[in-house]
Design a protein around this ligand. Structure first.
Ligand code: PLP
Length: 366
């Protein structure tokens, strides 16, 4: 038995998803071409984007997908407003700097949402802005950003919205019928519960069609990748065949669970069990329930006690539960993910293990 991954990805996958990797696939073979095509179609359907959006997959971890979106889908004279409240917003800023795209940032604290009036002020006083970049669930803290309201505002201002929905896609609503956006990036190994190795971008037809010549990098050129898939339905370079086979299985299981709604329901229940259980033990949650996305939960490390993160981590790992270090810059924290192929029983087992560890290590919780 593998340890339970209470992490935001890679995460615990189903046995059937792992088993899908037990075959070898010829990358130019019709069977693989069909598999690839079916994945791309399913992902477009998940945003109700049939006829309006293209799915372009990109090898690598999620960051590769975000960087290919940033570099390939903006022109060299773009001016971007980035909404930052955590590490992934900062990472998009860093990408703009690498790629050479002009950008400004509106940053708020890691436990706060952006003020919509302030976003509007910034847009009104920077009339040369072309894009807004936003993160849906900021995995740094686990905060849920108000993507519907951000999208309404950006659409009203006639700007182009790009979303990093890495830790949200498949579990939080993202229908292109209600949320207006030009591109969104996500990956195989978060809420879709595949294995790591491939990301994807869903992009509006008119945006990808005019993206030729934007990219700073051949490998990350989404336009080039898309052209290849349009011409012969094949990848330009070696595709991650086994990862894609597992991804298709994972997408089928997502659909069987009831799609985004079904997954959201299980994760919300998981999240509630963790939050209630941790509260009962005495741990303090960083975010209020209204700001908390049902993806990953940040807890404050107890002060003036026997708490030491490494020790706590190791003791839980010995009981087969892997948690995640904190990523906040302002406080000592740790995180517990509630996504992956885990259910209410696993969450109750997690809380039980944490109670035992707190007793064994004689941690006093203030
Ligand atoms: C996980 C994640 C990424 C990508 O991270 P990788 O480690 O490159 O897969 C990007 N943005 C968000 C919000 C994430 O949660």
């Amino acid at each position: 038995m593998d340890k339970k991954l209470l992490t935001p990805g890679p995460l615990t996958t189903s046995m059937t998803t792992k088993e899908a990797m037990l075959h070898d696939w010829g990358s130019r073979d019709q069977k693989f071409i069909d598999l690839n095509h079916s994945i791309r179609e399913s992902l477009v359907k998940l945003i109700d984007g049939e006829n309006n959006y293209q799915c372009v997959p990109m090898q690598g971890s999620g960051t590769f997908a975000v960087e290919s979106m940033v570099g390939s889908l903006t022109s060299k004279d773009a001016k971007i407003l980035i909404l930052i409240n955590g590490a992934y917003g900062h990472r998009m800023k860093k990408m703009c700097d690498y790629v050479g795209r002009e950008c400004i940032a509106y940053e708020v604290a890691e436990h706060e949402q952006h003020d919509l009036d302030e976003i509007e002020n910034i847009i009104d006083s920077n009339t040369d802005l072309t894009h807004v970049f936003a993160v849906y669930c900021e995995t740094t803290s686990g905060i849920l950003n108000p993507i519907q309201k951000i999208s309404d505002l950006v659409a009203k201002k006639n700007l182009s919205l790009f979303i990093d929905a890495m830790s949200a896609f498949g579990a939080l609503p993202l229908s292109s019928k209600t949320i207006v956006f030009d591109a969104v990036a996500a990956s195989s190994n978060k809420c879709l519960e595949g294995v790591p190795g491939v990301g994807f971008i869903l992009v509006k037809n008119n945006i990808i069609e005019k993206a030729k010549g934007n990219a700073h990098s051949l490998s990350l050129d989404l336009y080039d990748q898309w052209q290849a898939m349009k011409k012969n339905k094949q990848w330009r370079f070696t595709p991650p065949t086994h990862v894609l086979a597992a991804f298709q299985q994972a997408i089928n299981e997502h659909s069987k669970e009831g799609g985004v709604e079904g997954r959201h329901k299980r994760y919300s229940n998981n999240c509630k069990i963790i939050c209630d259980g941790m509260k009962e033990i005495g741990f303090k949650q960083l975010l209020s329930n209204e700001l908390q996305a049902p993806i990953i939960i940040t807890f404050m490390q107890p002060q003036n006690s026997n708490f030491n993160f490494e020790e706590f981590y190791d003791a839980l790992s010995n009981k087969d539960f892997l948690i995640y270090p904190g990523k906040l810059t302002v406080a000592d924290t740790f995180r517990i993910g509630c996504i992956g192929n885990l259910d209410d029983n696993d969450m109750h087992d997690t809380i039980k293990a944490i109670k035992e560890v707190v007793n064994e290590l004689q941690i006093k919780i203030n």
